[in-house]
Design a protein around this ligand. Structure first.
Ligand code: TD3
Ligand code: ZN
Length: 309
């Protein structure tokens, strides 16, 4: 039981056609719900922290909470920076003891993205840390970057092969139809399997990463809104398609929004049904349970990662 890199997790996932779940964390209850689920499912696990989460919870708390989770569960866990936007934040996380970082240069042009990614790879690899990069643009909300759904550009397979060859990156996030947040595309969500297969054919040894993989099931949006919410949710790529993608090189699947919705629904429900109660444990406890259930469902039914630890 230790903090581990993503290297061995991805090698096994690539070979056995499943994906490792990467779930976003920012407090104790979220971490506990996720690790308890991974333990019950006997699944490999990546906990990821965005710049926003790092600012909210503060690095020392997050590191110690993850260390505590490892002691408490006996799991191997990879601690990953999600959407690092520059070299400096990646370096900080490497120096803090993260085992994996993402440098998201997808907003830059191809050559600039390569140069930035190479710089991070050089530093991270010298410290035994794995690196994820991104090529292509997702639609939706990435922390505070908004990309119009219509101007989203999918990853070009030839460029992906060149990018991986020139940067030496360990894994690559690609744009093939998913988007971030609770409000996905209008119309029918889909994954571009033809594109995914071509990318996987050109770089078969490279673990591919799917961001924006929450499905935003209508029942959870409804449940959230039933108790006083007004979340304009719109369904993302169906879970069956996310599951299918793990057979074509997708080794890491990022899920945040579906956990947020599950958690918030329980908090709203509890407070609505118990308006005189004010003990945080009473509403955060059920919220933690809801996260655990959602993560178990994803690991087992969507990522096919149960029993793969
Ligand atoms: O990188 N992330 C997590 C942060 C995005 C904001 O929620 C993802 O790719 C997860 O995307 P999703 O579909 O859960 O919003
Ligand atoms: Zn993402």
């Amino acid at each position: 039981m230790a903090l581990v890199t993503t290297k061995e997790m991805f090698a096994k996932a690539l070979k056995e056609d499943y994906a490792v779940g990467a779930f976003n964390v920012n407090n104790m209850e979220i971490i506990q719900g996720i690790v308890d689920a991974a333990k019950v499912e006997n699944a490999p696990l990546i906990l990821q922290v965005s710049a926003g989460a790092r600012k909210y919870a503060r690095p020392a708390y997050l590191l110690k909470l993850v260390e505590a989770a490892i002691i408490d569960t006996g799991l191997d866990i990879a601690l990953h920076l999600d959407h690092g936007e520059d070299f400096e934040i990646c370096k900080k996380c490497v120096d803090d003891g993260f085992t994996s970082v993402m440098i998201d240069g997808s907003k830059y042009d191809f050559e600039e993205n390569i140069a930035l990614t190479k710089k991070v790879v050089e530093y991270a690899h010298a410290h035994g840390v794995t690196v994820e990069a991104e090529l292509g643009k997702l639609a939706g909300i990435e922390d505070n970057i908004k990309v119009d759904a219509r101007s989203a550009t999918f990853t070009d397979p030839q460029e992906a092969a060149e990018f991986v060859g020139r940067t030496g990156v360990d894994s690559l996030a690609i744009a093939i139809g998913t988007s971030h947040g609770a409000y996905k595309f209008k119309g029918d969500p889909y994954l571009d399997f033809k594109r995914l297969k071509e990318i996987h054919r050109l770089i078969p040894e490279t673990p591919l990463v799917l961001h924006g993989a929450s499905t935003v099931l209508p029942e959870f949006v409804t449940k959230c809104n039933e108790y006083g919410g007004d979340i304009p949710g719109a369904q993302g790529v169906p879970e069956s398609m996310i599951a299918e993608s793990t057979k074509h090189g997708i080794c890491k699947v990022n899920i945040d929004t579906d956990l947020r919705l599950a958690m918030t629904a329980e908090v709203r429900k509890y407070l609505k049904e118990h308006p005189a109660d004010f003990d945080p444990r009473k509403y955060l406890g059920p919220a933690r349970d809801a996260i655990m259930m959602m993560v178990q469902h994803k690991l087992k039914n969507v990522l096919k990662a149960s029993g793969k630890r």
